[in-house]
Write a protein that binds this ligand. Structure first.
Ligand code: SAM
Length: 195
């Protein structure tokens, strides 16, 4: 399994990135549709996005913020402390989710799929744990010269996901109402799909 480089890992935790993601990225990725009450986040990093979701979406009663990296889980746990029993952080590999079928209303994936390498398995697992009628939402970076260059510089092992490949795989797994469209920021795309 691929891990982020130290450089990217540090970047993800910086206050400016956390502020930017919270105030500019999240509002563009989430539509106005309700996402709760039960939300899973995969690859939560610092927990900044989970905290922003909890603050902006009172309908969320339980958010499980998960990451494969124990250091990130520790940090996310601290970030989420003010949200009390509405949130918990847990060490989880997104390609083998330790949750029963149909546990969550929404699964969220913010800028993490390309780090998982086995992203098809991750999507299939999210499909399994989302309730019928629930949604997968997220954003990621396209496969481009720029993103390849960035990851070469940061020495991260990644498998970039062309937007068309993502849409095709979501359909193949069984998701409906699949949307994959430009985010209008960072050259990224947002995606959403119904289970
Ligand atoms: C670029 S960071 C994004 C963090 C956070 N989602 C954000 O938007 O700030 C990617 C995160 O995905 C996590 N990750 C990578 N592969 C994973 C996997 N197979 N399962 C769970 N988390 C994973 C990394 O440890 C890292 O915290």
């Amino acid at each position: 399994m691929a891990r982020m480089s130290d450089l990217e890992s540090v970047f993800c935790r910086t206050a400016p990135w956390r502020r930017f993601a919270r105030s500019h990225v999240l509002p563009r990725v989430l539509s106005d549709d309700p996402i709760g009450p039960d939300v899973l986040e995969i690859g939560c990093g610092s927990g900044a996005m989970a905290a922003a979701v909890l603050t902006s979406r009172p309908e969320v009663s339980t958010l499980v913020a998960t990451d494969v990296d124990p250091a990130m889980v520790h940090l996310a746990s601290r970030t989420l402390t003010p949200h009390g029993d509405r949130a918990r952080a847990q060490q989880v590999d997104a390609s083998t989710l330790p949750f029963a079928d149909a546990t969550f209303d929404t699964a969220a994936s913010w800028l993490m799929l390309h780090h998982t390498i086995a992203w098809e398995a991750v999507l299939a697992e999210t499909f399994r744990v989302i309730r019928p009628g629930g949604r997968l939402v997220g954003y990621d970076l396209p496969d481009s010269t720029r993103t390849r260059f960035i990851h070469a510089v940061t020495r991260s092992t990644v498998r970039m996901i062309p937007a068309d490949d993502l849409a095709r795989e979501l359909h193949r797994i069984g998701f409906s109402v699949v949307e994959v469209e430009p985010l209008g920021l960072l050259g990224a795309y947002r995606f959403a799909a119904v289970r």
